[in-house]
Design a protein around this ligand. Structure first.
Ligand code: SF4
Length: 375
């Protein structure tokens, strides 16, 4: 089997952001936090051992996501990375090892230990360069915290830094969105992720929505931010992601390229050996050694042409006719081409090379992709 991407979820945050529906829990007092993080690290190590016994897996990327995985601290991160190296031959493959972090936290020691253990990429939740927008998002950090944390990462020897920018905040304008992108570039980010703020049910924002921009205003923010990023040298390669040359996220590309990945931790998903499965959103289930559960069948099977198209059309490279033929031994379905050609060229491009969504098309990606691969 080809090397997998190993994802490790850490389901803890010091405070819950009002828009976030990721699985994360409060940590309690400092004493309770240390005990919870130790117990969780033991649970992760046990899960890694079980998977290594089940399947002879190799990994070439390791991604610590959350929640706030940097809360694990340097020593626990080092232990997990070392064990992943032993069990999954991680260091045989010049791995990409990413840590998500919240700039509100003092991370100098954690980042130094993470880098010393082989960590080489930081994904930081900057969200905005504007204090007012950060307040509206309920974030704990300031723009100065982002500057400090990026400096800490550089001093630790990490130069591959991804910054998140949130789009669709109340009162945000194309000018302020672009200023956030420019600030990320000034800080030396190698990668940008620009996410649209969504009202998720069962979140404070879902229950009591703030006055968000209208759909067309949000579209304008997205187009302006992505164009600004491009002008600054960040090539868009996915709906929400843009990178300097050679700095795309190797781990995240596995998701869109239909490559195998193994996710550990409550709410973590995997795609392995022809199956998609997810651990329940229940930390006690995970810590008791419980298994993940097969994902519900939503009509598109794992490894099918439809699933491949669904994922590839999220990328600017789109659905390549040559890559499709190499993978499935047949041409792109004529119906898909027909459906794509019938859509406005401002949204979808269809030619000999394949089918691609334009940047404007990405704003309607779910509808357009369903339309293209419809029977
Ligand atoms: S820090 Fe990140 S994971 Fe935690 S609540 Fe906020 S957005 Fe969600």
């Amino acid at each position: 089997m080809e090397p997998v991407g190993l994802y490790i979820h850490t389901p803890f945050c010091l405070a819950k952001c009002p828009y976030c529906d990721f699985y994360s829990l409060p940590l309690g007092t400092p004493l309770q936090a240390e005990a919870a993080l130790d117990r969780y690290t033991d649970g992760l190590l046990s899960a890694m051992e079980r998977w290594a016994q089940r399947l002879p897996l190799q990994a070439d990327t390791l991604y610590f996501g959350g929640g706030t995985p940097a809360l694990l601290g340097g020593s626990r991160l080092e232990t997990i990375i070392r064990r992943a190296g032993e069990l999954f031959e991680l260091f045989g493959a010049a791995p990409e090892i990413t840590l998500e972090a919240n700039p509100a936290d003092d991370l100098a020691d954690t980042l130094a230990a993470f880098a010393a253990a082989g960590g080489n990429r930081l994904s930081l939740g900057m969200q905005s360069a504007h204090p007012r927008e950060l307040t509206l998002l309920g974030r704990r950090h300031t723009p100065a915290d982002v500057t400090r944390t990026v400096g800490d990462a550089r001093r630790a020897g990490m130069d591959n830094i991804s910054l998140d920018v949130m789009l669709g905040i109340a009162g945000q304008t194309a000018a302020t969105a672009c200023q956030s992108v420019e600030r990320a570039a000034d800080l030396g980010a190698t990668h940008l992720s620009a996410y649209l703020l969504k009202l998720e049910p069962d979140t404070p924002y879902g229950h009591c929505p703030p006055p968000l921009p209208e759909e067309d205003e949000t579209a304008e923010l997205y187009l302006a931010a992505m164009e600004r990023a491009e002008a600054l040298g960040y090539g868009q390669y996915e709906i929400s992601n843009a990178a300097l040359p050679g700095r795309k996220s190797r781990h995240n590309l596995k998701y869109w390229d239909s490559r195998p990945y193994l996710g550990l931790g409550p709410a973590a998903s995997s795609c392995l050996a022809g199956h998609r499965f997810t651990y329940p959103r229940d930390i006690e289930h995970f810590l008791a050694g419980g298994d993940p559960v097969e994902d519900p069948d939503e009509g598109i099977g794992v490894g099918t042409p439809e699933e491949y198209a669904l994922l590839r059309l999220r990328l600017t490279a789109g659905l390549s006719a040559a890559e499709y033929a190499a993978r499935f031994g047949t041409e792109l379905p004529a119906a898909w081409r027909r459906h794509a050609e019938a859509l406005p060229a401002s949204l979808v491009t269809a030619d000999e090379a394949g089918i691609r969504l334009t940047r404007e098309g990405f704003l309607l990606s779910n509808t357009l992709i369903s339309h293209i691969i419809d029977e």
